[in-house]
Design a protein around this ligand. Structure first.
Ligand SMILES: Nc1ncnc2c1ncn2[C@@H]1O[C@H](COP(=O)(O)OP(=O)(O)OP(=O)(O)O)[C@@H](O)[C@H]1O
Ligand SMILES: [Mg+2]
Length: 471
């Protein structure tokens, strides 16, 4: 075949294709608005490489206002405030149409106008078994100098179990503290408050209760404590043996309100993790009052009006929401028994925080300054203290005995002034005579310090002491 014959049809085909291509209009230039829309979508996508930030527009002592984040921020999200000297973390506490209010976690370097702010998503705490024996800060970072802690995978928090799925609270345990086991016995999953003025022995009593053998894991949240006291509390009062099964979450009084507010949440998350593994967990929060102070500081700083003695309404919804997470688990899961210390400012039992907490929990142990002043520690006032689950915890004979003891103590205390004035004559009232003879010995038998160790059978101890006295 001649070569010209072979090339002719090809050239024709090429010409045809060129004509056809010329007939198709070139693709239109991309619509700039569409491109912008796509870029906007990409930025807002979770995990996007490119993120939209905001800028600081107002700086206050405890809060920072940021513009440009209102649409992407969620309450509780962490944000990063960037500066030449590094980044600082805060949390979104209020979202308005144009601005977001952020409360910083640390009291580090001050923020400044136009500083860049980026959303980091919610704080995730994913506890591990290896957290036992460790001391962490409110964001779950170790502060005990024993190296890093492994975080996760702990899965999502189980949240508050549905009320009907929860096990019933009816299994009693011994705390080893005689005055508690006799007068206000406790059950697993119970939430109990220790109410007292400052320095009457709340922390010491809580640490003695933490030493009870009844628990697999102890979680301690020290909120707003003096820094000096933390080591004393963990090393001396809690002790090495209990510390081995304890996770401590600490936010001292000099830390920001956000850290103090976070500490109890983090501790509760740790307690939930161990409860969901089937552990019997004891959660101690010392103190709920200082937590309420932190909640107040954050809420008023973000613009909430105060309603009761300076406390905004959200404090009284945040506290029940936290405490409702304690208690028995669902189905076969373990339980969280919660012990909370409540500071009674100026020994005023009508403080709004004390009032609100008393309504949420299942009983209260009242410590009396006058009892402590007599050298009777733990300074529990058995007449003012109540465990709402005592009837499930006592055996029948224990209940009868405890009731008799209470009525004897009540006679003794009611006539204290008369006896001091010298108006008491023995022989006129045999019941009162009996109380006057026995109650000082009962009081003596109830004295217990952390060094004495737990009591295996409080009723037997009491009987032994009284027999010794009466012999
Ligand atoms: N069981 C006890 N045995 C002996 N002494 C005790 C006992 N409980 C408390 N104390 C004494 O009371 C003091 C104050 O106790 P603690 O620190 O526990 O009180 P607190 O109510 O927690 O105080 P704050 O309100 O300052 O936190 C202790 O230093 C100790 O001297
Ligand atoms: Mg204390």
């Amino acid at each position: 075949m001649p070569p010209a014959a072979a090339t002719k049809p090809d050239r024709r085909a090429m010409d045809k294709a060129a004509k056809a291509a010329a007939a198709v209009p070139p693709p239109p230039p991309p619509d700039p608005l569409k491109l912008l829309e796509q870029a906007w979508f990409d930025i807002r996508r979770p995990g996007a490489l490119l993120r939209r930030g905001g800028r600081v527009c107002e700086v206050m002592a405890s809060h920072i206002t940021v513009r440009g984040l209102s649409e992407q921020a969620r309450l509780g999200d962490l944000v990063e405030l960037r500066s030449a000297r590094g980044a600082r973390t805060g949390e979104v506490v209020r979202i308005a149409p144009d601005t977001v209010i952020v409360a910083p976690y640390d009291r580090g370097e001050d923020a400044f106008i136009n500083q860049e702010v980026f959303i980091r998503g919610p704080l995730t705490i994913e506890p591990q078994d290896g957290w036992r024996g460790r001391v962490l800060n409110a964001t779950g970072r170790p502060i005990d100098g024993k190296g890093p802690v492994h975080n996760g995978p702990g899965g999502d928090a189980a949240g508050i179990p549905s009320p009907l799925a929860r096990q019933r609270v009816e299994t009693a345990f011994r705390t080893g503290v005689r005055v508690i086991d006799i007068f206000t016995p406790l059950c697993y999953g119970q939430r109990m408050g220790v109410f007292a003025g400052s320095g009457v022995g709340k922390s010491t009593l809580l640490a003695m209760l933490a030493a009870a053998d009844a628990f697999d894991t102890v979680v301690v949240a020290l909120v707003g404590e003096r820094g000096r006291e933390v080591r004393e509390f963990l090393e001396d009062t809690i002790g090495v043996k209990t510390m081995a099964k304890t996770v401590a979450v600490v936010a001292t009084s000099d830390e920001s309100a956000m850290m103090r507010r976070r500490a109890s949440d983090t501790a509760m998350r740790v307690a939930e993790y161990f409860r969901d593994k089937g552990d019997r967990v004891l959660l101690i929060v010392d103190s709920i009052t200082r937590l309420a102070h932190a909640l107040r500081e954050v809420a008023t700083g973000s613009g909430e009006p105060p309603v009761a003695r300076g406390y905004p309404a959200s404090v009284f919804t945040d506290l029940p929401r936290l405490l409702e997470r304690a208690g028995p688990g669902a189905g076969g899961a373990g339980s969280i028994t919660a012990l909370l210390s409540v500071l009674i400012d100026g020994d005023d039992h009508n403080d709004p925080v004390a009032d609100s907490v008393r309504g949420i929990i299942d009983g209260h142990i009242v410590l009396d300054r006058a009892i402590g002043e007599q050298g009777r520690f733990p300074a529990v006032n058995p007449l003012a203290s109540i465990s709402r689950l005592a009837n499930r915890a006592w055996r029948d004979d224990e209940r009868i005995l405890a009731t008799k003891l209470k009525s004897m103590i009540s006679r003794f205390e009611d006539t204290r002034d008369i006896r001091l004035l010298g108006a008491y004559q023995p022989g006129a009232d045999p019941e009162l005579d009996h109380a006057v003879r026995q109650v000082p010995s009962i009081y003596e038998a109830l004295i217990q310090s952390p060094a004495d160790g737990p009591s295996a059978d409080p009723f037997a101890d009491l009987a032994k002491h009284l027999r010794g006295k009466n012999a």
